[in-house]
Design a protein around this ligand. Structure first.
Ligand code: PMP
Length: 433
């Protein structure tokens, strides 16, 4: 029998103790360690639909979805079937397959900015490669990024980074040399004037501007249309490359990602998470003339032993096919609005200074009296209140991201009843805060 509730149970506590002897901090990715909220991470046994089950037998409504990929919920039958079929033929060939071309075509059909695409193994590889290609294609060095945006653990982008880097207080990691970051210009999100000034100060020197078109990695922070339009105009007029990092937003905020939702088309796009259907797969793509710089069509080096892995490709392809056959986006938007309204009403009722910021199925409750449009504003949120909120919800069987500076995600398996159950739990937790 499964139970709903709890702080970390005795089996998770023991498993974490053991893991800490074996892996740094007991984990293979820092955000998982619950460092920002204190306490022991839950060790997961299995997942199903909208639920996670820990090794102590507790069941949780999952609002992480593996930090984004599981837009169809866990163990989607079509995805599992595609994986099983692929595995039966072998797990890796290191040679081209027709399945890679099918996924490439699906991506190109979906994402307005992508004429050609290359498959890689993670979001980090996608952004690292896109930056290299942008520099190679333009012959320029400088890159603009925005404070609190996270683009994976790429040295040149691990400057003023969001996500766990911000949560755990290392937005500029030790081990990143000054040289690696010296061509990175960091500006504040939603500040179009700063972008104009940077282009005025460095004409013909900026290879690319990279951003999360909706930020998830400092909590959910939407862009203003004016900001997106300024970025598009400035990069066009200086012949710099605009890169949307849609690792989180791609196939989530619309089938064609944030660029479809907002109608602003960049020159290059990076993808991860949903595109791999829960397997290790990322992608980067863009205009054909830019992508034809990549080896062996061009001279910019980028490679991967497992790139285009047949099992990962099968999972990604099946996921995208499901999203076309049964588009979840209207439902995700409706559930996002319902959750946002419910959380806002509950926090207001209990007199808690807050902002509920959401776009579609990405949402953050900021413990912050003022709207959050950039990192300095996000940084003023009450982390301590967030920690109590997080653990209160764990006790009620709701598994939220363990940081104020992450967006929650939900899937097409999260129906009205589950959203309402969640709002009810949030109402009770906020009442006791
Ligand atoms: N870009 C964005 C916007 C991300 O959210 C992430 C991961 N959270 C990455 C890049 C890096 O992806 P990965 O963890 O797959 O390397």
């Amino acid at each position: 029998m499964t139970q709903t509730r709890h702080y970390a149970g005795p089996k998770s506590v023991a498993a974490f103790e053991q893991a800490c002897k074996l892996m740094p901090g007991g984990v293979n990715s820092p955000a998982r360690a619950f460092g920002a909220v204190g306490g022991t991470p839950l060790f997961i046994d299995h997942a199903d639909g909208p639920y996670l089950f820990d090794i102590d037998g507790n069941r949780y409504i999952d609002y992480i979805g593996s930090w984004g990929p599981m837009i169809l919920g866990h163990r989607s039958p079509a995805v599992i079937e595609a994986i099983e079929k692929a595995i039966a033929n072998g797990t890796s060939y290191g040679a081209p397959t027709e399945a890679e071309s099918r996924l490439a075509q699906q991506i190109i059909d979906a994402v307005p900015s992508i004429d050609k695409v290359r498959l890689v193994n993670s979001g980090t590889e996608a952004t690292m490669s896109a930056i290299r290609v942008a520099r190679g294609a333009t012959g320029r060095h400088k890159v603009i990024k925005f404070s609190g945006n996270y683009h994976g653990h790429v040295d040149s982008l691990l400057v003023a980074a969001g996500s766990a880097a911000a949560t755990l207080g290392v937005p500029d990691s030790p081990g990143v040399t000054p040289g690696a970051g010296q061509d990175t210009i960091v500006l504040q999100y939603n500040d179009g004037d700063a972008v104009k000034n940077a282009f005025a100060a460095h004409p013909g020197e900026i290879a690319a501007v990279i951003l999360e078109p909706v930020v998830g990695n400092m909590g959910c922070v939407p862009p203003t249309m004016e900001f997106l339009e300024t970025l598009r105009a400035e990069t066009l007029s200086d012949q710099s490359i605009l890169i949307f990092d849609e690792v989180m937003t791609g196939f989530r905020l619309a089938y064609g990602g944030a660029q479809e939702r907002f109608g602003v088309v960049p020159d290059m796009t990076t993808l991860g998470k949903v595109v791999g259907g829960g397997m290790p797969l990322g992608a980067y793509g863009g205009r054909a003339d830019i992508m034809d710089n990549v080896l062996p069509a061009g001279k910019v080096f980028q490679a991967g032993t497992l790139s285009g892995n047949p099992v990962a490709v099968a999972a990604g392809s099946a996921t995208l096919q499901q999203l076309v056959e049964d588009p979840p986006y209207e439902q995700l938007d409706a559930m996002g609005d319902r959750l946002a309204d419910g959380v806002h009403a509950a926090a207001s009722k209990h007199g808690i200074p807050h902002q509920v910021q959401h776009v579609g199925s990405m949402l953050t409750l900021f413990f912050n009296a003022r709207p959050v449009t950039n990192w300095p504003e996000a940084d003023r949120s009450d982390r301590e209140a967030f920690g109590r909120y997080f653990w209160g919800l764990i006790e009620k069987g709701i598994y939220m991201p363990c940081s104020q500076f992450e967006a929650l995600f939900f899937s097409n398996q999260h129906n009205e009843a589950l959203i309402d159950e969640t709002i009810d739990a949030i109402d009770q937790v906020l009442a006791g805060l």
